[in-house]
Design a protein around this ligand. Structure first.
Ligand SMILES: [Zn+2]
Length: 411
């Protein structure tokens, strides 16, 4: 989102100017959120609000086995006709169009069960066919489930474009019995993404910038962002420890809710700032950074934002200690960037400052050099924190994106 400046742009027409000066407060949301162990087995209870005769379920082969079949059985038991779709794995234009043609004429509802790309696909198909949409994430690794956008990729998996929708999915349904079986790395990545929510939201609100929902952030948006941070600080470490033992505790439930609902509604209704822009900047680099998950990179972006905001060392240490306890990467070495050149850091800075980047929501203006310096400074502050606290544990860049490297962490 572009920043809302106070300067009068002479090229604006009168109507746009009025909108600029009196930007409405906008709040956008899913209609219903359901979370608990075994919810997929009771899916019909919630799905019947939107479908009484037929529905399409989209899931990849693995997710059909671990979750989507349970949703299907619940619907079929109550007399619904279900069209099964096995998602090919890439949210590309060709795959999206293929799935749109599979919907029979009477299909009342699109249900997407699975990870980010399955969710992107279900949202796209539902919007294209003007049907309601239920999203059932199979991990709590990011806050994408509730949002009103999809990322579209090329057939070989490169980012192509965002697809924005006028409304959010109708319902998000989270079966924690399924989520708790996923490798803990997914939950940790979700914590990394969710920890950024309040830090970015606060920055957007303080700068009077426009939210991702396209308006002035509401009071409720600020409370959601704050509650996201508070819940994580209270429960995320226990949630992670529970996940390692596949134990569905209340702390685990609270962590899943923060990662999925609070983070999702928080970011969309308040907005993003430097943490996500730095994340996007990091993706221009080659090498091991691509083995990191979204939230792992966002966590480092959050530390960089703290530096850009000139927070005190005490505030920095407070956040970085919590990230370390959650097993998130806090130094360049842990990102696989120990030997990064000044030239590459400037490239990251340039990419983070692209005109459409969310860093422009901040009131302070930055140069690529400012970003590069903040990335180096964050590394130094984190190392200082390690030294002061004799913290020896390190995040190890996994051999592949889906390798569950933190499985072996012992409480
Ligand atoms: Zn994110």
């Amino acid at each position: 989102m572009a920043p809302l400046t106070s300067e009068v742009d002479q090229s604006l027409d009168e109507e746009a100017l009025v909108t600029k000066q009196h930007l409405e407060r906008v709040y956008t949301s899913i209609q219903k959120y359901v979370q608990g162990p075994g919810v997929f087995e009771r899916a019909y209870t919630y799905v019947r609000h939107w479908a009484t005769e037929s529905a399409m379920i989209i899931a990849d082969e693995r997710v059909w086995e671990i979750g989507a079949n349970k949703v299907k059985q619940s619907l079929v038991k109550h007399g619904l006709r279900v069209t099964d779709v096995t998602f090919g794995g890439e949210a590309s234009e060709a795959e999206l169009e293929r799935i749109c043609t599979l919907a029979e004429s009477g299909t009342e509802l699109i249900i997407g069960v699975g990870g980010g790309k399955t969710m992107d696909t279900a949202k796209y198909v539902a919007n294209k066919l003007h049907l309601p949409c239920v999203i059932a994430p199979s991990t709590a690794s990011s806050d994408a489930a509730t949002s009103s956008l999809s990322v579209i990729y090329t057939p070989d998996g490169q980012f192509q474009r965002y697809s924005y929708y006028p409304l959010n999915p109708n319902m998000v349904m989270v079966d924690t019995k399924v989520i708790v079986q996923a490798p803990v790395r997914f939950l940790i990545s979700g914590v990394g993404d969710a920890l950024a929510t309040w830090i970015e939201a606060e920055s957007v609100i303080n700068s009077h910038a426009t939210s991702a929902a396209g308006g002035t952030p509401t009071i409720v948006a600020a409370y959601i962002g704050r509650a996201c941070m508070d819940s994580l600080r209270k429960y995320a470490v226990q949630g992670i420890l529970s996940n390692i033992r596949h134990a569905c505790t209340d702390a685990f439930e609270a962590t899943v809710e923060a990662n999925t609902l609070l983070s999702g509604l928080g970011f969309e209704n308040a907005g993003l700032a430097a943490a996500h822009a730095v994340h996007n900047g990091l993706t221009v680099l080659g090498g091991p950074i691509h083995q990191l998950m979204h939230g792992e990179k966002v966590a480092y972006g959050t530390l960089v934002q703290l530096v850009l905001e000139n927070r005190t060392l005490e505030e920095y240490f407070d956040i970085v200690s919590f990230m370390a306890e959650c097993h998130l990467p806090i130094t360049l070495e842990e990102l696989g960037l120990e030997d990064i050149s000044d030239e590459d850091l400037l490239k990251v800075g340039e990419a983070a400052l692209k005109p459409d980047e969310t860093i422009h929501n901040m009131s302070k203006k930055f140069s690529p050099g400012d970003i590069a310096d903040a990335i180096r400074a964050a590394d130094a502050y984190s190392k200082k924190w390690r030294q002061v606290n004799n913290w020896t544990e390190k995040f190890i860049v996994p051999p592949s994106r889906h390798h569950a490297h933190v499985q072996d962490i012992h409480p």
